[in-house]
Design a protein around this ligand. Structure first.
Ligand code: FAD
Ligand code: SF4
Ligand code: SF4
Length: 409
């Protein structure tokens, strides 16, 4: 890293943060990319290609391409397992970054790989994708004390401490992303209790691991699948009035992949409106209408049936009567919620949140600058966005940061 160049800190290594880091590094700036998790790529790195007979423009492959570029760029220093815990000064800012132990040596990685499948601590060891798709294993910092009990004799030194360093930055891009809706909150759907009720994200992780969209309980191809739309979004009771924008397209693309995997699979989509699919690709939507059953209602309950099957219960709007259909897999199309760290980050960086807890934007024409000089917003920090929209928004943030730093007009 060249000490004469100006420096930008990018907080968050999802697609928005990766794009910002890549584009700013190309302006010949030094970049510190600070990612809280032990892997880069954010949510989108877990998504699978949705091509069937043709590309479905899901953009999952774009993330891998940008990630590879970032990892190879000499101007970018990546800080994994790291969080900003203090910021002082005006621009340039002085930021304290705390880093969890990474367990990255070959020996540590081999111990983690051996213990990954059999680890008794849920989410204790995580598996992620590194450059060139070699699996990378990581200890979940929040589970270290539980792991000490179960892995005490494994040879892994779990007494390693968190470390701190102080870094200066002329500008900060906040790209800390979103949180998927926690489906356990919608208790009538039995998520976490009924093994074959899964979220769209769970299905992506399962496909990464098994190569197919399978039933979680027995890893077999499902025969009768239900997708339930708007889980967590457009919900007055929860106070989440927004449309999450991405869950109709992702659910329909996933349903079409399941259908092409196994044309006998019957798939029903329970929905209120289908958003953002017809406009982008009317031909694709027409194809979906032929292949899938669309049922315009949102189910009220899901009950356990025989053999881990599920009864999806819906209410007739006219007479209030309940009917149910049996499925062997239910996919909950969970939406985009404010990032879990939004309140803490807003306080730390002295930024405002809007009434929904996303970061406040100045106005519709200026969605990246903040009241704090040199601090910019990118991606889903400000609300629901697809991958391509997050990339475009990060591009706007980069343009503003580059102007602010005087490296562009
Ligand atoms: C189930 C599901 C499927 C989807 N499928 C598609 C699809 O097929 N195509 C599509 O275009 N879009 C899809 N989307 C939307 C897509 O996930 C988002 O557009 C994209 O991930 C947004 O990127 P981001 O960088 O803004 O946020 P994120 O992906 O959330 O990345 C933010 C990063 O910041 C890190 N971070 C958070 N807090 C901190 C902190 N305090 N310090 C440091 N780092 C922090 C996080 O760990 C994360 O790595 C889908 C969304 C969902 C929920
Ligand atoms: S955009 Fe999506 S569907 Fe198309 S090739 Fe890339 S990953 Fe596959
Ligand atoms: S994109 Fe579709 S599923 Fe998601 S909130 Fe909007 S209407 Fe509901």
């Amino acid at each position: 890293m060249n000490s004469e160049r100006r420096t930008v800190m990018v907080i968050g290594g999802g697609i928005a943060g990766l794009t910002a880091a890549r584009d700013l590094a190309d302006y010949d700036l030094n970049i510190h990319l600070v990612e809280k998790e032990l892997f880069l790529g954010g949510h989108a790195i877990t998504y699978n290609c949705k091509a069937t007979d043709e590309c479905r423009q899901c953009d999952a492959c774009t993330v891998e391409k940008i990630l590879k570029y970032v990892l190879e760029h000499p101007n970018i220093t990546v800080h994994l397992g790291s969080q900003v815990v203090d910021i002082s000064g005006g621009a340039p800012y002085t930021l304290t970054v705390e880093q969890a132990p990474l367990f990255a040596s070959d020996e540590e990685q081999s111990i983690l790989a051996q213990n990954y499948a059999s680890c008794p601590v849920p989410d204790g060891i995580r598996k992620g994708t590194s450059a060139n798709h070699i699996p990378f294993y990581a200890v979940n910092p929040a589970k270290i004390s539980e792991l000490k009990e179960s892995m005490g004799s494994s040879g892994l030194n779990l007494d390693q401490q968190f470390s701190r360093q102080t870094l200066n930055a002329d500008s900060v891009i906040l790209a800390s992303g979103f949180a998927p809706f926690n489906a356990e909150v919608k208790t009538t759907y039995g998520y976490g209790r009924l093994p074959n009720v899964a979220t769209g994200l769970d299905m992506e992780v399962l496909k990464k691991e098994t190569g197919h969209y399978v039933r979680p309980s027995d890893q077999r191809a499902p025969q009768k699948v239900a997708f339930i739309q708007c889980v967590g979004s457009r919900n007055e009771q929860l106070g989440h009035l927004w449309c999450s924008h991405v869950c109709c397209p992702y659910a329909l693309r996933m349903a079409e992949v399941m259908k092409s995997q196994n044309p006998e699979t019957q798939i029903s989509v329970y929905y209120m409106d289908i958003q953002n699919i017809g406009k982008e690709s009317p031909l694709f939507y027409n194809q979906c209408k032929q292949d899938l059953e669309f049922i315009r209602t949102i189910p009220v309950d899901i009950y356990a049936g025989d053999d881990d099957r599920l009864l999806v219960s819906t209410m007739n709007d006219d007479d209030g009567s309940l009917t149910s259909q049996e499925h062997d897999l239910v996919v909950l199309s969970v939406g985009i919620m404010p990032g879990r760290d939004n309140r803490a980050l807003a306080q730390l960086l002295d930024l405002d949140l809007n009434q929904d807890d996303f970061f406040h934007v100045q106005n519709e024409l200026d969605t990246t600058t903040t009241q704090r000089p040199g601090v910019f917003l990118a991606g889903t920090t400000i609300g629901p966005k697809s991958i391509s929209e997050s990339i475009a928004h990060a591009g706007l943030a980069v343009r503003e940061a580059a102007k602010y730093l005087g490296v562009s007009k």
